[in-house]
Design a protein around this ligand. Structure first.
Ligand code: HMG
Ligand code: MG
Length: 305
């Protein structure tokens, strides 16, 4: 028995420079972030979430957003995205010429308040002019939906909440959505229910999975998403990541682990695993700790004989 009809190709968005480094206590210099982006594209990543244009009071780690966007050596065929929570963020971001902006909302009211200081309904009204402005400028628009399975403040989240936010995002013109398990509490069937809720408003090419790995479920959840035909995922080199406003959230699923699993199943990603491991090693050394990726650790110890 096989695993069903899995997609033959997967598109990964590495969110390490953004989701990863937003959560680090130590300051990471802009030059290091720029080198990380370079190493990711050298490894074959064609979508990279570079930074976010949020309040530096809320997330000081991303205060160098314009410097980082200005410093990256853009490669044709690579899509560089940035987070924009409101028009102020969008206007600053637009000057740095992102290919895609990401508005980010939540399926949980409490998390919406904690993370972006407004209700779900208010967030949609904030996003509306951002989406309009981006589309008018020829910039693609993605929407992240946080806490689609569980919330650190509200507990379990019903799929109907995810469906509601997906519908609202669709109505204001968001072109594709990320179904995020922000605190990594999801298990495969729950994650499938959350994805199916988004799939009521977006076709399968426009829904992606964004799984944090707090409970070690993210690879299983990725496989469960693949079984629904979902083929776009966010992941983070070296398993970096977390959200400062989601207590208990740890890193995203490591890009190295996802690539290893996909390669083993014959699913194409276009990514060179060895170079990706090098990129992960680079940032792990800067941060002074071992990579969260078990695949990276295993391959590194094999290299050392
Ligand atoms: P607010 O305080 O309600 O905003 O924050 P405000 O409009 O009342 O403005 C207050 C001050 O913030 C003003 O400055 C504004 O200029 C400034 P002051 O006059 O006090 O000096 N401000 C800004 N500065 C820079 N860029 C901006 C901006 N907007 C206002 N864009 C706000 C609202 C959304 C700005 C704030 O709550 C915020 O920055 N939140 C960001 C939180 C965040 O970045 N979280 C992590 C990313 S989301 C995530 O990780 C989840 C994801 O990975 C998916 C998943 O895993 O779930 C995507
Ligand atoms: Mg995240």
């Amino acid at each position: 028995m096989g695993l069903g009809n899995l997609p033959s190709r997967v598109q990964l968005i590495d969110v390490g420079p953004r989701d990863g480094l937003q959560n680090e206590k130590q300051a990471v210099p802009a030059a290091t972030k720029i080198e990380l982006v370079q190493r990711l594209q050298d490894a074959g990543l064609t979508e990279i979430e570079v930074t976010s244009f949020v309040s530096p009071k809320w997330v000081p780690q991303m205060a160098d957003n314009a410097e980082v966007m200005g410093g990256i050596a853009r490669r044709p065929g690579v899509r560089y995205s940035v987070l924009t929570p409101n028009l102020q963020g969008y206007e600053a971001a637009a000057k740095t010429r992102p290919d895609e902006i990401v508005v980010f909302g939540a399926a949980s009211e409490a998390f919406s308040q904690k993370n972006i200081n407004c209700s779900i309904a208010e967030s949609i009204e904030r996003f509306r002019p951002v989406v309009q402005a981006a589309l008018a400028a020829g910039i693609a628009v993605r929407g992240a939906i946080s806490c689609t399975v569980g919330c650190p403040y509200e507990g379990e989240i019903a799929p109907a909440r995810v469906e509601l936010v997906a519908r609202l995002m669709c109505e204001i013109g968001v072109q594709r959505v990320d179904v995020a398990d922000t605190i990594g509490v999801g298990t495969p069937l729950k994650v499938q229910r959350a994805l199916e809720a988004a799939l009521k408003h977006y076709d399968v090419d426009r829904v992606s999975g964004h799984f944090h790995d707090t409970y070690g479920q993210a690879l299983s959840n990725t496989l469960a998403a693949l079984q629904l035909g979902v083929w776009n995922f966010q992941s983070s080199v070296a398993g970096l990541g977390g959200c400062p406003y989601a207590k208990g959230a740890t890193g995203n699923v490591a890009t190295e682990d996802v690539v290893y699993m996909l390669q083993g199943m014959g699913v194409e990603t276009g990514i060179d695993l060895d170079r990706l491991v090098d990129a992960g090693q680079f940032i792990s050394q800067v941060l002074g700790r071992a990579s969260q990726s078990r695949v990276a650790r295993a391959l590194l110890s094999k290299r050392q004989g």
